[in-house]
Design a protein around this ligand. Sequence first.
Ligand code: HEM
Length: 496
Amino acid sequence: MWLLLPILLYSIVFLYVRHIYSHWRRKGIPSEPATLSWDFLCQAYRREFRHVEAICEAYHEGRDRLHGIYCFFRPVLLVRNVELARHVLQQANGHFMETKWDYVKGYRRFNLLEKLAPMFGTKRLQPMLLNTQDVANQMIHHLQQRELQGVVELDVQQLLRIYAVNIMGNLVYGLDVNNFEQQDHILNSFAENTAQHSNLQCFTLRGVPQKSTLTYRLLDIIQRNVEQREERGIIRKDMLQLLVKFRNGNDLGSDKWQVEHAIEEDKLMSIKRLAQVAEDLLQSALDSLASTITLTLYEIAQQPLIVEKLQAEIKELQSDGDGQLQLLEQLEGMKYMEMCVKETLRKYPPVPLIERTCRKSYTLPATKFTVGEGKTLMIPLLAIQRDEKYFSEPLKYKPLRFLHDKLKQSTQCPSAFVGFGIGGAQCVAQNFAKMVIKVALIKLLQHYDIEWDENAAAVVEVSHLPAPLITSPDGLRLKLKAREILAHSHYRKNSI
Ligand code: HEM
């Protein structure tokens, strides 16, 4: 009897697992044989399993537009075709709605992200260009203080992470914080790489909320700041101001920055919810901003001709007496830099996978397959953008491919560039992200030449966790050499 019990238990578990792992075969969807190997379990336990890379492999092994995979015990449908993915995310919005941004007021349900989208419009971003440049100037000042005979050698990945934290601290938390100097500030905890911790969770326990231990301290900052702006009428042209305006039911599309105060009952969002939105923006922004700037530098450092071309484009920019750019359009006009940023996002998309849970069953166009309620659909942006079918020599860094891509687009199919998302699921903050990335690159290349050590290339390893991260112990160690013309720059003179 006592022997029978474990055998029975083992058989039940075995049959259950086998049932799960035959899901795609039963549905008639091509899939690879699922295994739960000891090797995989050990890697998962040590947090060394790279789920993004594994999903890309599955993509490349597949042959059809749809391919069934298993993320641990979860059957997931991989969409291997850009047009189909675009169609699903564009047309079938009601079926694959994300509930994270659901917001209920009275009897009505809104998508909060749609309501907040005007925050990232050109009109709103224009004044934030100055704050962004101030933060970039702090970074240059920090580098200049570390120079030894005009050269500074450091881990650029860490530098840019602090830059991203400072940007979000400044614009979302309304703080004039400089984490390059002030290392004990609460926001400095975000300068450490958090990506590694979320790796396994993305693969297995998607949907389980991750509560940051810093949440309550961040709530305090927001609370203080919101009260100051509402009660004392303080105006700071940043994202927090726009969130406070939204909370008070003000129009985000208008030119005004001043908050028109609403009575407590009419407020659209509690301070706690506002703090949650701020933290979501912070989390969405940090890895993506820091990794895109870092990996652009990593790639261009190996191709001095690209650096020269960028520096020539930067030289053409008109700035005021303090070396500050005045107009956002100037950034938009930088065609070559735009192509470089796009090429980085193609090769290293910060969001390498888009996942959607089906809320209402949906039959995929031109197929007989219906995705059932609760089932997961995945669009592997990284694998698509590294597919030879869409981009020739996908592992080569070639910004000019987007010049040709543009010409091709008008006659052939739309681009397979999906770095900022696909269909109706594009990043709401893409203009903001491009502004922050370009300003950092402009300031760095204006002040420094990059020296690339061939031996360093051999040790640089990029992993997707899920955002791309240089996992080598030294990060991205680069030598930055002050440029002749700009050695002892304007900023230094002004800041003394
Ligand atoms: C290079 C930088 C960035 C890239 C490539 C990028 C890419 C993306 C992509 C592909 C999505 C769609 C995800 C999905 O459909 O599931 C997305 C969503 C989003 N992005 Fe970005 N993003 C970037 C920067 C930013 C920044 C700086 C912010 C905030 C200020 C931001 C805020 C958001 C938000 C709030 C969403 C919606 C997320 C959600 O639904 O959970 N992104 N982004």
